[in-house]
Design a protein around this ligand. Sequence first.
Ligand code: HSE
Length: 418
Amino acid sequence: MDAHKQLRIGLFGFGVVGEGLYRILQQTPSLRATIKKVCIKHPGKKRNAPEDLFTTDKFELLNDPDINVIVEVINETEPAFDIVTTALRNGKDVVSASKKMLAEHLPQLLELQKETGLSILYEAAACASIPVIRNLEEYYDNDLLHSMRAIVNGSTNFILTKMFEEKLDFKQSLLMAQQLGFAESDPSLDVEGVDAVNKWTLLLAHAYGIISDPKNIVYNGIQHIQAGDATVASEKHYEIKLVAQAKKLLNGKVAAFVLPQFVKPDDHLSFVKNEYNGVVIESGFADKQFFYGKGAGSFPTASAVLSDLSALRYQYRYEYKKLYHHAPLELTDDFYIKIYVSFDDWSYIPKEKFEWIEEWHAESDRKYLIGVISFKELQNSNWWRENKTSLILTPEPIIEDVEIRKLKKKSLELAGIT
Ligand code: HSE
């Protein structure tokens, strides 16, 4: 596709993102991109666009030789996969925002891109308006990318902001996130951390060449956070955020997970409020960098789709450089983490599994401890997600395997145990 070529788009979905794109394209004639047809599921709905633009027949778009780009922004995972794979096989480039579909089917989509030589771009699928995928793809050689920490879900960040800064309750905050078009149509995907881990799967592929099933990454959402946790956080001058993180360890492998975390006031992520997202990258020589922008909502998400469309005009493709041109990295569970856990009853907590416990508070109904545990233990157990137990990472949670003995000795000495 040459830079002067007109993009003729077949659009799947006319919800928050699809309609946003339609409006944005009306305001950007210089892109020379027009939507030829929009495929929708429910024809009866009132829509602010000419009726003859719409169809319910997907093949009107997928088999139209005049359409050279398919933009897929629907909600359902398997139909979305069917649309993008058919589009690629039919010789059309694809722009998608379906993070769940992309994360769950990344291996097949990698193969199909190789096979067809066509492009599937999905900047809108992670951190919406922040151009993080293309940055990770083009910058940061594998050996230089030390760590990434990010807030990748706008709805949960919005809910936490409303609950802890404006003292709204959880239900009210979630309802607002839904009304503003931030939440997924099934909001449990946001609240329980599924959306965040899907996005993290995509970012791990572009950052480190790690291709992982999202199911293999330890994650949780904000559903178990209690008022008492917020009290502890504010006593310690922390905030609670849902943080996706990845860190290259001394063994050359990557620790990656998505869990709530106590964040210090001088952490860049504490600056990220409401539906905003933020990504902090630490790399050799460049040191720390912070990307910040709206992570959900109609125009911010559509703006990323627009930038993908614009990139297609100069034949941009993800090269998956970290996977194909560098030595791809692997995930590891060989490390320890320092966690805060609050709970109703001691019997829910396997105390013997902790390497050591630094603080415990049993004065009130809601009890809590801060201790160090092996990551493997979390990966292979469920006690920390059950019985209204709430697990929150401490600000610098990762302890490397090689450090654990020294630190354990020191902590036991401090406690007067040795
Ligand atoms: N539900 C998503 C979020 C939408 O809240 O971040 C943007 O991907």
